[in-house]
Write a protein that binds this ligand. Structure first.
Ligand SMILES: Nc1nc2c(ncn2[C@@H]2O[C@H](COP(=O)(O)OP(=O)(O)OP(=O)(O)O)[C@@H](O)[C@H]2O)c(=O)[nH]1
Ligand SMILES: [Mg+2]
Length: 456
């Protein structure tokens, strides 16, 4: 796809740095090279060059790189100028290029280089999003997962399902003239086995994608428990700062407090909540409602108890809490026995009736390392090779496609209607195609690329 406007942007961060890089992409990139360098550099070679202004005075000097279409990032002619990273020089160069006569050139919009790469078929939409995720990665696991997506591993999974769907659809459409009475036993078995295979593929991808989304979105850890158990003290010690107010008055925390921290390379959002108890206090009641909302939406609940209560009460409280949350979809619960310093007991992990207890002291810091290791461990085990980054958009599309598959199977069992089945398979194909960008609206593209940074 040829666009008649050429775009330019600084691809390195604004501000002073050793090197500043400008990228030009489009059909006029060659004219920019002639004007600024006096020649077109040798393709894909680092050429030491002088960058000239309109009166042939040297503006800066550095390295120029020339990537002729289609073998470039965007699939268009691309020129890169690597000069000194002084904002003033970068500005002068950009102005000089924007003022070139007879050339339609403008500043690139956020994500426009990636968008052009996508539109020119150099990368699919998942890969374009992976570039953005890679740049914004804050942990090693997100970097690895983004790279996996960028290398096409996620796209490969989706393509595999699409391929299976198309195969199925082709067979179905070839039989579209069959009437319901003509559908024999073998044909029905063929259809049911295809449903089964697709179902397996969907369950597998749903599983991987939800793990992939977890590493991107930061693990949500909610601290709950009765008042005065030491929840806020735990938030403070985990975040290494005096974030929450701590007093010996039960009911000190009444609202939800958030803190983003990195535990052994895993990005976590720690949430402190109001103590759970019966109360007539209007404000505290709202706080407790919020605590329950947080519990429902968490990946890991830390239920904090005061270890000075009897063993019997510890057991009773934990079993009761598990009953209270039995209908929620919570992945992990750990019971934290705080104030170990007061009982001077064993500090570490124990298992009672399949429930996990960790003894700590938020006051002295005892056991905090064990707790941190526990919080990051499961996540680390999950971050195996092969996990790829997934966005909410991908999960949503996969859920929609899977629902459509289940609907198609139900309809088939009920009506045995081939046209209806073919139509459903077509819808699933389109829904999956929106993930890779095979089918997309311009609105969706605008939404995705507008969140990228300029120069990407
Ligand atoms: N000895 C001891 N005291 C602690 C420990 N952790 C917290 N405390 C004390 O327990 C009291 C309550 O601590 P908070 O952290 O405010 O408890 P909370 O669970 O947030 O209480 P609410 O916000 O009222 O629900 C304070 O006086 C703390 O200093 C601990 O490990 N050991
Ligand atoms: Mg508190």
């Amino acid at each position: 796809m040829i666009r008649n406007d050429t775009i330019i942007a600084q691809v390195t961060c604004p501000g002073k740095s050793a090197v500043g890089i400008l990228r030009v992409s489009g059909i006029h990139a060659n004219q920019v090279a002639f004007a600024v360098l006096g020649k077109i550099p040798k393709p894909r070679f680092a050429t030491y060059s002088k960058f000239f202004d309109e009166s042939k005075k040297v503006l800066d000097e550095g390295i120029s790189l020339w990537f002729p279409a289609p073998f470039s990032l965007t699939g268009e002619d691309v020129l890169e100028l690597q000069g000194h990273g002084n904002p003033f020089i970068m500005d002068l160069l950009i102005k000089r290029i924007l003022c070139l006569k007879n050339i339609k050139i403008r500043i690139a919009q956020p994500g426009e280089f990636c968008q052009r790469a996508f539109l020119n078929g150099k990368i699919d939409l998942i890969q374009a999003e992976a570039i953005d995720d890679l740049i914004n990665s804050e942990t090693e696991s997100v970097v690895r997962a983004s790279l996996n997506s960028l290398h096409g591993n996620f796209s490969f999974y989706i393509q595999k399902i699409i391929k299976k769907l198309i195969e199925f659809r082709t067979n179905i459409e070839a039989s579209i003239d069959f009437s319901e009475e003509n559908i024999d036993f073998d044909f029905n078995i063929f259809i049911m086995s295809n449903f089964e295979k697709l179902n397996d593929k969907f369950l597998k991808i749903k599983n991987i994608v939800s793990e992939g989304s977890l590493i991107r979105e930061a693990k949500r850890i909610v601290i709950v428990g009765p008042p005065n158990a030491g929840k806020s003290s735990l938030l403070n010690v985990l975040s290494c700062r005096d974030r929450a107010i701590v007093t010996d008055l039960p009911g000190t925390t009444r609202d939800v407090l958030y803190e983003n921290i990195n535990i052994h390379g895993i990005s976590c959002e720690i949430i402190d909540t109001a103590g759970l108890r019966e109360t007539e206090d209007k404000i505290e009641k709202i706080g407790i409602q919020r605590s329950w909302e947080m519990i429902k939406n968490s990946d890991h609940v830390l239920y904090v108890m005061d270890k000075t209560i009897s063993l019997e009460d510890q057991k009773k409280t934990s079993i009761q809490f598990m009953k209270q949350i039995s209908s929620y979809n919570i992945q992990e619960v750990t019971f934290v026995l705080n104030k170990n310093d007061l009982v001077e007991d064993f500090c570490g992990i124990t298992k009672i009736e399949n429930l996990l207890f960790i003894s700590i002291s938020a006051l002295t810091g005892q056991g905090i390392d064990i707790l941190k290791k526990h919080l990051s461990n499961r996540q680390k085990n999950k971050s195996q090779e092969g996990l790829f980054i997934a966005r909410r958009r991908h999960i949503h599309q996969i859920d929609l496609s899977y629902c459509e598959l289940l609907k198609a199977q139900k309809n088939w069992l009920k009506y045995k209607n081939i046209e209806l089945l073919a139509e459903s398979l077509n819808i699933i194909n389109k829904l999956l195609g929106e993930i890779t960008g095979e089918f997309t609206s311009s609105d969706l593209l605008k939404r995705i690329f507008s969140t990228f940074c300029i120069g990407k």
